[in-house]
Design a protein around this ligand. Structure first.
Ligand SMILES: [Zn+2]
Length: 308
């Protein structure tokens, strides 16, 4: 049976109930005044679906307030389809594909995609590598900037690349954390690595010089010498993060070819989220979509912040 036979994917009322059960898992509260007890569902014939009334401040509200759904005219069951599709696709899904599959305009599809990516963004700032765990750190590049000349001349790693991405993977938890960086200077990368790693961590990098200094902050700095044809020695390797980058690059190349720098952090959030909720961690497509739905709160994106 198709997953989409489930009512939240085609019945608007069921879709609201599905979202309410997850966003209000710890109980419903009025988004205007915080009232938790005296609120009730409005069931009049002319009432819109999902409207509640607060008997404390007298204002109406829905589950959409304060979430990525706020201010959107797209039906909730269509949102449920979009979330499932994005959560279940291995390499991401383009705005064009969402537009064709869901029957919304391209502009709406693009906006929905970015709101969903925003929900995928993790708020967890816990340092990686606590209790002496290994953390792999590496950088990668997205796109070429041919305006930088002369193209192909050796000017240091990443010189001709448009965007630079730094990622960390905690080998113990299997979680990834990625960010956009302006350059690959030790003075740029060092503080980020220090901020995101526990002092007890065992840092694993390649031989790039910009990790030399920062490596001294941690219990150990294992260096893989790729330039000597080395792939790793014992548990000193960076294969995990290289695997992560290959999925990320395939997705960015195949699906999200034209990505502006101001949106790149949201695509990174998407690939981090999917990796951190991957099938190898025994998380199904359905659970991944549910995890996404649980973090739609406090992630509101407007046209202004998205910069349309
Ligand atoms: Zn209220």
């Amino acid at each position: 049976m198709s997953v989409f036979n489930e009512p939240q994917f085609h019945n608007e009322e069921a879709a609201y109930e599905f979202v309410e059960a997850r966003v209000w898992a710890k109980g419903r509260s009025c988004p205007h005044c915080g009232e938790t007890e005296r609120t009730g569902k409005l069931n009049g014939k002319s009432t819109r679906i999902g409207v509640y009334k607060c008997y404390s401040c007298r204002k109406p509200f829905t589950v959409k307030i304060g979430t990525i759904f706020e201010g959107s005219h797209v039906k909730m069951h269509i949102w449920m389809q979009a979330i499932y599709l994005i959560a279940a696709s291995k390499k991401g899904i383009s705005a064009n594909q969402l537009h064709r599959t869901l029957g919304v305009t391209l502009k709406t599809a693009w906006f929905m995609g970015h709101r969903i990516r925003e929900a995928m963004r993790s708020d967890d700032l816990t340092p990686f590598g606590g209790n002496g765990g290994a953390v792999e750190v590496d950088e990668t590049f997205i796109g070429h900037d041919r305006s930088i000349k002369p193209y192909g001349e050796k000017k240091g790693r990443g010189y001709h690349h448009k965007y630079k991405v730094l990622s960390l993977i905690d080998r113990t938890t299997g979680k990834a954390r990625s960010m956009v960086v302006d350059d690959l200077k030790a003075s740029t990368l060092g503080p980020i690595v220090v901020e995101n790693l526990d002092r007890e961590a065992r840092l694993m990098t390649d031989e790039a010089s910009y990790y030399t200094q920062v490596g001294k902050h941690f219990a150990e700095h294992g260096i893989v010498h790729h330039n000597r044809g080395e792939y790793g020695r014992g548990d000193i390797y960076t294969n995990t993060i290289e695997g992560f980058f290959s999925i990320f690059k395939r997705g960015m190349k195949g699906v999200y070819q034209h990505c502006a720098k101001r949106h790149l952090h949201r695509y990174l959030a998407e690939f981090d989220f999917r990796y951190n909720n991957r099938a190898a961690l025994e998380i199904s497509d359905r659970e991944r979509a549910e995890n996404l739905l649980r973090s739609v709160t406090g992630k509101r994106l407007t046209y202004e912040t998205v910069g349309v």
